[in-house]
Design a protein around this ligand. Structure first.
Ligand code: SAJ
Length: 421
């Protein structure tokens, strides 16, 4: 079998590499010539544990090639972005264009798989109208399915292999063909269903997480009024066998959880998706809440203006991805409050103003408060006795620091969701 993967980003590239490492001939396609060239040169344009060595193997053994236009293959896998527009409606242009781009190369007996996360009915309403242009009879001569990726950045290779997969076919043959393909490397169970159910399942999973995090964020704000540490309360609640409350933070970022729930809001309208819509608003309000808490800390110390060191720009710990990062919003809100903001991230070298970030030492040196926004291991492992900063005030928004250690080192410690300070 040969596979043509359209889109060589966070999902397409690891998937392409994985098949290539299992002896399948893979051709990767990306509209960005720089991405294609970097893959040919075995250079990574994204950071992911284990990707470099797997890419080297795939290219060196000749199983992975790349170019900016598709080639003929037995299977086409579409893994392109499906973002939202400014008005929060789904932008399916990339999915449509990627599908259109393979039409001249698709032959009888081929299988087309969509991996991108999309609003339910996208395969039916966006892909199939393009694929009928092949002149092939869908479900008889051309097979189509949705096999949503469900891997978490940072642990993609582990999860690609071990997670269960949901495969939805436009008919049973398409689903079975897709299952047989992924069995090359998937050890988890592959569950078969129809395409629309698979689309909904994937969007549901991310929405479940968003709603649950919004619940945690709401609880964090309530805890502030009660003088309770919400992290401790959540830990105790989660000892219950049927409770799994997620964790609060400075906001929800990434290209999935902060995006996909809008697909359901668009589908349901104001009436039909109220909880989902409210959760999005709660989570989107957390950067402003975080900035206000920072301001309150400075006010308490009668520091007017003031310099804030924002530590962590990535959307979550141990990744280099800034897409939809709440840190960007927090910085924006702090600047709106008239505060001077410096930033550092061990994984990112330019901030959202596209200017160079500071080193940790530079960022904290004369800051009035250190605000930790991302739970990178580098931050968790910091030895506070070596941190040289004038004001010695810390605000931990992710509960990622060891409070006792920082207090023992002479820092005043503030925690989001804990009003004790
Ligand atoms: N976050 C919280 N509190 C939590 C958990 C996360 O505030 O308790 C924040 C994170 O800091 C981050 C955001 O939420 O800003 C999203 O992070 P995440 O780790 O929850 O998820 P992603 O976006 O990295 O990956 C998700 C995963 N989906 C689920 O766990 C249901 C992953 O499996 C999907 O493949 C991925 O979305 C995707 O591509 O859709």
């Amino acid at each position: 079998k040969s596979i043509c993967v359209i889109g060589l980003g966070y999902i397409g590239l690891p998937t392409a590499v994985m098949f290539a490492n299992h002896g399948v001939r893979v051709h990767g396609v990306d509209v960005n010539p720089a991405a294609v060239q970097s893959i040919q040169n075995k250079q990574l344009h994204i950071e992911e544990n284990g990707l470099q060595e797997r890419l080297n193997k795939a290219v060196d053994e000749g199983f992975l090639t790349a170019s900016t236009s598709p080639v003929e293959a037995d299977v086409f896998i579409v893994a392109v972005p499906s973002p939202i527009n400014d008005d929060k409606t789904a932008n399916l242009e990339y999915v449509r264009q990627a599908t259109a781009s393979i039409v001249p190369f698709v032959k009888e007996g081929n299988l087309v798989i969509l991996e991108s996360t999309v609003p339910p009915k996208t395969v039916e309403n966006v892909m199939l109208p393009e694929l009928v242009k092949t002149g092939l009879e869908i479900g008889k001569q051309l097979f189509v399915s949705h096999s949503p990726e469900r891997v978490i950045p940072g642990r993609i290779f582990e999860e690609l292999v071990n997670n269960d997969r949901i495969v939805g076919g436009i008919d049973e043959t398409s689903a079975v063909m897709t299952k047989e393909l992924y069995e090359v490397f998937v050890k988890g169970t592959i569950h078969l269903t129809d395409a629309t159910t698979a689309e909904l399942v994937k969007v549901m999973e991310n929405t479940y997480r968003d709603v649950n995090i919004a619940f945690a964020n709401e609880l964090a704000k309530l805890a502030d009024k009660l003088d309770v540490n919400i992290w401790e309360a959540i830990k105790f609640a989660n000892y219950h066998p049927r409770v799994n409350v997620h964790f609060p933070g400075p906001g929800v970022g990434g290209h999935c959880i902060a995006v996909d729930p809008w697909f359901l809001v668009e589908l349901g309208g104001e009436e039909g998706a109220q909880i989902i819509h409210l959760s999005r608003q709660t989570n989107d309000g957390m950067p402003a809440f975080t900035a206000q808490r920072t301001q309150a800390i400075l006010n308490k110390h009668k520091i007017a203006g003031g310099k804030v060191a924002t530590l962590g720009l990535a959307f979550k710990g141990n990744v280099d991805d800034m897409r939809e990062s709440p840190s960007t919003e927090v910085i924006h809100e702090l600047e709106q409050l008239g505060l001077d903001v410096v930033s550092h991230d061990p994984h990112i070298t330019t901030n959202y103003h596209a200017t160079q970030t500071q080193s940790f030492e530079e960022a904290v040196a004369d800051a009035n408060v250190l605000v930790f926004l991302t739970d990178h291991n580098e931050f968790k492992e910091l030895d506070p006795t070596t941190v040289k900063t004038s004001a010695k005030i810390v605000f931990d928004t992710k509960n990622c620091l060891n409070r006792e250690k920082w207090e023992a080192a002479g820092f005043e410690f503030h925690l989001l969701g804990d009003a004790k300070n």
